[in-house]
Structure formats: structure tokens, C-alpha cells
Design a protein around this ligand. Structure first.
Ligand SMILES: NC(=O)CCC(=O)C(=O)O
Length: 271
């Protein structure tokens, strides 16, 4: 990432297939895709993985399969981030926390391999039985990338809750990062909600969805990089691929200056 006033930040979304209930297979697959991303002609500054990439929605076996306190994931992803000097938003995994509960958790690693932040999904998706097997997180999370950009954490179903995106934007987020396992037939919802979050909050949205099937559920990919005007910079198809694009964080300020939504808010009238 350049550090002058016209920064450009290269993004790589790993729109991967995920093997149901096979953490070891999935880890090897993610490592391969990450290697592919960092050896591409344009090296990414930020890599994003999809939701629940270690297990998929193998919820009936999730207690046996979950990564205990994310130890294994943290170890290898952190080593990768350090080795390649790249920021990694490590999608989300099934994480067994010290309280014994299983959480849908994302970790963010900086270029030195340090865990910059972690976020556990706060809205559980009943249509995929999350509430029967998982515990909900309780804290919105904002983190910095390269000391220059602020990003809000969000996981899949969270994008249906505009309050979360708005809260993160008010706290300073220039972008919303969204690992997902969002299936057919709701492509229209996926694209519309992502664009709405970008437009209403005048921020970038980086959304990485999986492809393939998990049981009887089919996932359509269409990972997206959307700018603060709501323009789509890059969008995946429905097969495995690495979706790439370049963003310019100073555009956030420009758009917010042009249409001063944040100055024009009337929060006292909304509740
Ligand atoms: N994994 C999820 O949270 C899926 C959310 C989803 O599909 C939706 O329609 O919302």
C-alpha cells in the first residue's frame, strides 16, 4: 500500500469452495489460494477469506470440529501474514472459546502477523440453524489496517442490520469487510444489501462469499468490492476464483464531502 495522499490498496477476495466438516482439507486449500494471491502479478495488501471456511456449516459435529480458541488458525495464518508481509482478514471459523461455546469468529492479522482484532458474529442466522449450535458475539469491532484505514467487521447475515454498519461508520470505518456463506436463491438480497451498506455509509464494502455446495445448500459466490458511491469495482462469478480490485481510501472523504449525509443526520428524530 502506498502511504501518500493518493493511496491505492490492493484487495484479494478468496472466493473458495469449502469441504463440509473437513478442517484439514480446508486449511490446505486456503493456504494454496493464499499463496496464489500473493504470487499474482499485483500483490494484495489485504486478503479476505469467506465465512466458516474451516468447517462449513457442519453444525451437528461443530463441537468436535471447532478450532479451540482459534489456536491452529492463528498459528498458520499469522505465520503466512508475517512471511508475505500482507494483511489477512481470515474469513471466519468455528471457534471454541474458553466458555465452552462455539462462535463464528473472524481474526484479522497485520503484516507482522499480529492479531489486530477478532470479531464474533453478533446476528445468528436461524435459516441455517446457527442459533441452535452457536453462541452470538456481543461486541461490534473496528480495526485499523496499515495504521491508515479503519475497517468495520461484519459477517454474512450481519449486513441485514443497517444499524451495525452505521454504528461502525460513525465510529470511523472507511470500509466494511464481510466474509460470507450466502446461498441461493438470495443473490438479489446479497447484491442489494451490500450496495446499500456502501451507499448509505459512503464507505467501501469488501465482501467475500464462498462457492460450491454444503449438504443441500448451494452457494453462488459473487464476491464484491464496492466503492463509497456504490459502484461495483469487482464482482466474482459463481465458480471458485480470486476476486481482485484496487481501492482508494481517500475517496471516502471525497464522497462524504460531496453529499454530507453524516452532517445531515437527525438522530434525535429516529428512535
Ligand atoms: N451465513 C449467513 O449468515 C447467511 C445469511 C443469508 O443467507 C441471508 O439471507 O441473510
Amino acid at each position: 500500500m502506498s502511504t501518500d495522499s493518493s493511496q491505492s490498496v490492493n484487495i484479494a477476495l478468496l472466493q473458495a469452495d469449502i469441504a463440509l466438516g473437513e478442517p484439514e482439507v480446508n486449511r490446505r486449500h486456503m493456504e494454496q489460494l493464499m499463496e496464489q494471491a500473493v504470487t499474482a502479478a499485483v500483490k494484495p495488501d489485504v486478503i479476505v477469506l469467506p465465512e466458516m471456511w474451516n468447517t462449513g456449516y457442519a453444525l451437528e459435529q461443530i463441537h468436535e470440529l471447532a478450532d479451540v480458541e482459534g489456536k491452529e488458525t492463528k498459528e498458520w495464518v499469522s505465520a503466512f501474514a508475517r512471511r508475505h508481509r500482507v494483511n489477512v482478514v481470515a474469513g471466519s471459523i468455528a471457534e471454541k472459546k474458553a466458555d465452552g461455546g462455539i462462535y463464528n469468529t473472524t481474526y484479522i492479522f497485520d503484516r507482522s502477523g499480529n492479531t489486530a482484532a477478532s470479531y464474533s458474529k453478533i446476528h445468528l442466522f436461524r435459516l441455517m440453524d446457527e442459533e441452535k449450535y452457536l453462541q452470538a458475539g456481543s461486541e461490534p469491532v473496528l480495526f485499523e489496517l496499515d495504521g491508515a484505514m479503519k475497517a468495520g467487521a461484519s459477517i454474512c447475515y450481519d449486513i441485514r442490520f443497517p444499524e451495525l454498519g452505521r454504528r461502525l461508520a460513525l465510529a470511523g470505518a472507511d470500509m466494511l469487510i464481510v466474509p460470507a456463506e450466502w446461498p441461493h436463491p438470495r443473490l438479489h438480497h446479497w447484491r442489494t444489501l451490500l450496495m446499500a451498506r456502501a451507499i448509505e455509509n459512503q464507505m467501501y464494502v469488501l465482501a467475500c462469499n464462498r462457492v460450491g455446495t454444503g449438504g443441500i445448500t448451494e452457494f453462488f459466490g459473487h464476491s464484491m468490492i464496492i466503492d463509497p458511491w456504490g459502484e461495483v469495482i469487482a464482482e466474482g462469478g459463481d465458480q471458485e476464483e480470486i476476486v481482485t480490485g484496487t481501492i482508494h481510501p481517500e475517496l471516502v472523504k471525497e464522497v462524504r464531502g460531496r453529499i454530507p449525509v453524516f452532517e445531515d443526520r437527525r438522530p434525535s428524530l429516529y428512535l
